[in-house]
Every structure is written in C-alpha cells, then in structure tokens.
Design a protein around this ligand. Structure first.
Ligand code: NOJ
Length: 763
C-alpha cells in the first residue's frame, strides 16, 4: 500500500517534470481547471488564440485523399497551423479521429478540437421532432430522449450539440417552430432544462463522461419572433416582451449549466443579435454570469454586412467580438481579421483572451485535454448506435408526443377485429417524411411507417391506397420541397377503398422537409391536393380518423368541423408507425397536450394563448366596435394545452389555501382530478395565473405549473401546486423583476381554454 503510494508519487513527479519541461503544465490534471487555462493561455501566440475562435464546417472525407478545391485546402492548412478550434458536421469515429489527429499531433500546442453537430431530435435513432416532444409535457421522457441522442452522437465522435433550440415563437408560418418547445416560456424553460441535462448530465462533472455532450442554447435571442414568420427576418420587441417571453428558457438553460449559447441570424430592434453587446455581454455574460462561450450562427458575422450593420469584414469582426461572440462559425472572418485588429490596437487583447478562456474552459471540462480521443472508440460506436434501448426510448417518446385533438363518434380506439379499415395517404406509407427535418446523421427511409405499424395488428382487414402524392421528387435537407398541386389521378382508387371500409384512416399533412430551417409558409392548410382528397373521401365515407403529420400548427377548419376523429402525430421519428398504431388501437391511451395554439386561419397569426386583453376584448353592446375579425372567429381552432384522452377527466374542488397572502409567502393551491371514463389514462393538469392589475399590463393567462398525473379509471387524485414570487412577478421594460400586490386569478384545468377559476389577494 505504502509502496504503491510512493510509486504513484514518483510517477506524478516525473510526469510533471516532463510537462513543465515542455511547458505543457496545463496538462497536469492535479492543477485546478482555471489555472490550467491560464497556463495554456500564456503559451499561446495571438494567432493560436484567434484560431481557437474559429470553427469550420466539415469539408472533405478526412480519411480520404488530401483535399482539393473550394475552401478545403485552406481549412486543411489552417488545421495544421493550429488556427481552428472546432469543426462542425464531421462525424463518425474514423473521420473525427483523423481531424483530431491533425491538430493534436501536427500543431505546436496540440489543442484538441471541440466537435459540434446539430443533434436536434436524436442522432441516428430519431425521436419525435422537438415540438412534438414538447406535446408530451413529460420532462423525464424528454430528458431521456436527449440522453439517447447524446449517447449515440458521442459514440460517433461528437462532443457538442447545437441544441436545444429554446426559441419561443408565436409563428406557425416559421418553419423552425418544429425545433423548439412551442409558444410558452414556462413550459419552454422546463423543457430547456430537461434537454440540457439530458445532453450534458445533471452536473458539470458529468461532462467528463464519454456518453454526454456539451449543449447549446439557441438562438440568442428572439429569432422565433421573425416578422411575418419569414425566415431570417427582423424582430422588433420591447424589453418587457424580451425578458418575459423570450429569455426565460435561455435563463433556464443557463441555470441548468448549458455550456454554450448560439446567437442567430436576426436583427433585434435593428441590431444583428450576433453584434449585440446588450444580449451577449450585458445580459448573458454580465447579468447571468455565464462562463461558457458563444458560438455564432453559420456565417452570421459575415451576414452583418448584408444587414447593413458592418461595412466590411474587419468591421464585422470588431463588432462581433466586442459584442461577445466568441467563436466564428464559418464566416472565415475572425481568422482573417482578428489578429491584425489586435495588433493595430482596434480590438483589445483582453477580449480575445476572454473568448479563448471560455472556449478552453469547455474543452477542459469535457476532458479533451486529458484525452483528445476519449470519444473515439470504434467498438462503442458499433455497439451504442441504434440499440434496442434507443429504439424503446424513442418509441416511448413518440407515444407520449401524440395529441388526440378530436374523437367525436368514438371511432377511436379502433376495434381490434372484425373491421374493414381503409388506410389512405401517401404519408401513411412514407418511411422518410416521419423522420422530420434536422436529421443529418440518420439514414433515409428508416422510419416505421404508419402502414407498417398498422399491419402488425392482424385482426382487421387493412387496405392501403395512396390517394395522392404529397411531395413527389427530391426531398432533402437542402432542396426546396415540390408539392403535388395537380395530380388527383389516384383519388378514385382511394374513394373505392373508403367506400368499402368501416373506418377510414387518412394520414395527411406536411412532408418532413416542409418545416425546419428555410421553410416558412404562408398557407397553413393541408399542402397540395390533400384537402380535396379528404373532402372527396369524406363524401363516400364520413367515418374518418385523420392522422396529421406536421412540423407546425396547421389551419384545418374544415377538418376540425367535419372529421370526427383527429390525431396529431407530428413527425414522430424512427418509431412513428408503431406509436401511431398503438394509439389508434388503444394499446396506448394518448395524453399529449398542444404546446402551441392551432389557428383557424393564417390571418389570425400571431395567435397564442398568453395574449393581452384589448380595451374592448368582448362584445358588450352588439355593435361592431370591439376587438374581433368580421370574417373569422378570433379564438383558436385548438387551444394551447388542448389534448383529449380515450377516457374523460373531471376537475373539482379547486382550493386556494387562503384568500390573502403576504408577498413572499407560498401560495398553496389544490384541485381534485377524477378519471370518469372507461380507460386508465394520463392527464396533464395545468395551472395558469392572471395578474389582474399591474403597473405593466399582464397576459390574460400565463402557465405557471403543470403536473403529469396517471389515473386509473374511477380514480380521483388531489393535485397540489405552489406559487412563489418566481411565478407571480414579471419583468418591466427596464428589466426589473416586480411582484406587485393585488388580485391574482387562478385557472386550473386540462387545457388553457377549459379551466376552473378562483382568486386570491397578494398584500
Ligand atoms: C444554421 C442554424 O441556424 C443553426 O441552428 C445550426 O446549428 C447551424 N446552421 C449549424 O448547422
């Protein structure tokens, strides 16, 4: 024992002497992390520091011949010089090893790369799109889904994801609504935390493991408010909206320990967020004390020139670095400009040191200096991707993400035998579209289709007809999707199948690549000829279960009015068909709730539940002068929080412990929830507040609590909530957090539009 200790002591001494001799004492693991960072910083030249602030996209098969053409040679050359701190979209152990080897073995200091990737809803085995996951309101399942994604990505050599996307949005037209958690800052904050902890682990120490990856909260900030839902568009908003609606999930991500933030493409009040010192320096780094780093969005430093905010590259570099953007993703601008700017005295050396310190900190935290190849294990890669456990986790997530929007004639759940079922819709047999957008590492056509899922249930007679193409032609991440707007030649066959069936299941909606980046829409109806198909099928057999596939809220007023059963199945990832079939057959009782409002029509946008009252919100005198549309109801088609079950729930006995509270006292609320139907089921019990009078008008409702409750049929449970100052206050335009005395209304129920109500006074 004693001898062992002595030997270990001698070995450590020898290693340290060696490291000191090479000036690599920053590799000494016994030193505190911050000391290791400053030791390394002292060794670095200005160019090497700037190099750490430079990120390049993957560019050639690293394991193939040396690169030629485009920017590949330049990138290769920069890697060898130590002028690259990170690469994105290089994946697979072999490829990552090759690129890591260049910097570790061929550069002077051997600083390892951090390898970034868009792990958005799974890596190879795909979970539902993030918006769909949010419909589960199940934080454990969401965390688990991120864990599976981290496990697979890390096994493939990746150690950093550009997720979660925590952009709150009211814009169904905006394609990237599929990437976030919907419209609510409270739900969004809880989900942000679950996702960050799923990717990274619960504590900083978990980053050292090989199955966790660093996460990124993006896009900082307000990208989700893109004007008119138009991609990359400007955003105008006051501080109160920013602080109350947009920032909470970012703050929650920060508090959960997220190690990086990504800025974005949008202007916020005229300033590109990439060049916003208010966001990055003041709010994030000063007020929130964030000590990780900010990555820019792809070429967003360069785009400041197109915005008319920077006059040239050197101006763009200066503005971005001064504003607090630490790492340049693919603008090629920091690497070209920063060293010169420092030498000319135009950019302070401290800014560079601060940025590099932050980047190195995360690399140290990941353990990359202790072993740059720690994620690179071919055996693990082979054994950890696409396992049974991954499939089970994403299946579980998929079931939980489904929302039953309507079930009027009790068509659902389907009887298990003796029925003739016609399954219609191209998307029903599609194995690619259900994978959704943002799935760069997965293989095409690997989803279980709805058809395949239903075929596993043998008791009924199942006929399949396509009805019509949705998106014929090439459907990829980078190409425009072409929609079939004319070909109805297969309608007749679909109608014949429908006529001969007891129940029609029709799968309609958006192709998986109709949402995501660069996919804004102005029409939120069923794309192409699908609405026509639906109506024609309905005319021959109205016993229809409509299964929706979509990456955003759709406006389907005719279907909502006429179709008896509607199931929101989003794009559910690899296990789509199994999850949908289990829900349709009642082997899983759906319990998801909408994390976004579904409009009746595009003209209502933006429409969201936590809106404000106008001075004339209701029609009190029958005249026209009230806040309404003359051609449409102003209420949503399906409200935020809406979602049915095969059973029914009743709410009773809403109690607030006391009629009055002193500021700071916990407000205790309870409600009884009973399962009054014929199935066991899950209900998401939601608590909303309304601060009736305040120095700044408050939304008519704000979600401030929810509980996921499982009730056997006939069972009643009491659900308790506690409200504290953290839920009762709001930010002013001066970014001051206030909890003001007065009346608070409380709403509890199974949807934002169906609640019991009570109130209390805050003294
Ligand atoms: C641009 C997107 O806006 C961002 O979210 C993504 O992480 C980067 N591209 C990298 O792919």
């Amino acid at each position: 024992m004693k001898l062992n200790k002595t030997l270990t002591g001698i070995a450590t001494f020898l290693l340290m002497t060696q490291l000191n001799a090479q000036n690599k004492s920053y590799l000494d693991q016994s030193k505190p992390l911050e000391e290791r960072i400053s030791l390394l910083l002292k060794e670095m030249t200005l160019e090497e520091k700037v190099g750490q602030m430079n990120q390049y996209n993957g560019f050639w098969e690293v394991t193939g011949p040396a690169p030629k053409g485009g920017t590949a040679e330049l990138k290769y050359d920069h890697l060898k010089k130590g002028w690259v701190g990170s690469m994105l979209t290089v994946r697979g152990v072999k490829e990552v090893r090759a690129v890591q080897k260049i910097v570790v073995e061929e550069t002077r200091l051997g600083i390892p790369l951090i390898i970034g990737f868009d792990v958005i809803h799974g890596y190879k085995t795909l979970s539902p799109i993030p918006l769909a996951e949010a419909a589960s309101w199940d934080l454990e399942a969401i965390k688990k889904s991120a864990q599976v994604a981290a496990l697979e990505a890390s096994a493939s050599g990746i150690n950093w994801t550009f997720g979660p996307n925590v952009d709150v949005t009211h814009e169904a037209r905006w394609g990237r609504i599929m990437e976030g958690a919907g419209e609510d800052p409270f739900l969004g904050s809880k989900i942000a935390k679950a996702r960050v902890q799923g990717f990274q682990g619960d504590t900083k120490a978990d980053l050292l493991k090989t199955n966790t990856i660093a996460a990124t909260a993006k896009h900082f900030a307000a990208y989700g408010y893109a004007e008119a839902g138009l991609e990359y568009n400007r955003v105008e908003m006051g501080n109160a909206e920013l602080y109350n609606m947009v920032l909470p999930p970012f703050k929650a991500a920060k508090e959960a320990g997220v190690r990086s933030f990504m800025n974005g493409f949008n202007l916020l009040n005229g300033i590109p967020v990439t060049g916003s010192g208010f966001l990055q320096r003041k709010i994030l780094k000063k007020d929130w004390k964030f000590d990780g780093f900010v990555i820019t969005d792809y070429s967003s430093i360069r785009e400041m020139i197109a915005h008319g905010f920077a006059k040239d590259e050197s101006d763009a570099a200066t503005k971005a670095v001064v504003a607090g953007a630490d790492m340049d993703m693919e603008s090629y601008i920091y690497v070209a400009e920063l060293a010169k700017l420092v030498r000319e005295g135009k950019v302070k050396q401290e800014l560079i040191d601060d940025a590099v310190t932050r980047i190195l900190r995360v690399k140290f935290e990941l353990g990359l200096f202790d072993d740059p190849y720690k994620y690179l294990d071919e055996k693990r890669e082979k054994e950890s991707i696409g396992t049974k456990a991954s499939h089970e986790a994403v299946l579980d997530m998929a079931r939980k993400s489904i929302v039953l929007l309507k079930n009027d004639k009790n068509l659902l759940p389907l009887k298990k035998s003796g029925q003739k079922i016609a399954l219609i819709g191209e998307l029903a047999a599609d194995k690619n579209s259900p994978l959704g957008s943002w799935r760069i590492a997965s293989d095409d056509n690997t989803a279980v289709s709805v058809l395949e899922g239903l075929q596993k249930y043998k008791g009924n007679q199942l006929t399949y007809e396509k009805g019509a193409d949705v998106a014929p032609g090439k459907t990829t991440f980078i190409d425009e999707v072409k929609i079939n707007t004319a070909d109805t030649s297969e309608f007749e066959a679909a109608k014949t199948a429908a006529k001969n069936a007891d129940v029609v299941i029709i799968v309609l909606g958006e192709h998986g690549f109709q949402s995501g980046e660069g996919r804004s829409r102005t029409d939120l109806g069923l794309p192409g000829v699908q609405q026509e198909l639906l109506e024609e099928v309905y005319n021959v057999n109205p016993n229809i279960v409509l299964v929706l596939n979509n990456g955003r809220p759709l406006a389907i007023p005719w279907a909502a009015e006429n179709i008896p059963a509607i199931v929101e199945a989003w794009q559910l990832g690899t296990e789509t068909g199994n999850a949908v079939a289990e829900v349709l057959y009642g082997d899983y009782n759906p319990g998801g709730k909408l994390p976004v409002t579904f409009p009746r029509n595009v003209g209502q946008l933006p429409v969201y539940y936590n809106h404000y009252s106008t001075g004339r919100y209701n029609n009190t005198d029958g005249l026209v002068f009230w806040s309404h549309y003359i051609d449409s109801d102003k209420t949503p088609q399906f409200a935020f929080g809406h979602g049915l079950s095969y059973t029914t729930f009743e709410y009773s006995d809403l109690k607030i412990e006391k009629p009055e509270y002193q500021k700071g006292d916990p407000v205790k609320i309870s409600v009884k929830v009973s399962n009054t139907g014929n199935y066991d089921g899950k209900e998401i019990v939601q608590l909303y507040i309304h601060d009736v009078t305040a120095s700044l008008a408050r939304p008519v409702k704000e979600l401030k609590g929810f509980e996921n409750v499982f009730l056997r049929k006939g069972e009643t449970k009491t659900v308790n909530f506690v409200l504290t100052d953290a839920e009762l206050g709001f930010y002013t335009n001066e970014a001051q957090y206030l909890v003001e005395p007065g009346t608070f209304e409380i709403f509890v129920g199974g949807s934002s539009d169906k609640t019991l109500t009570s109130q209390f006074e805050l003294k």
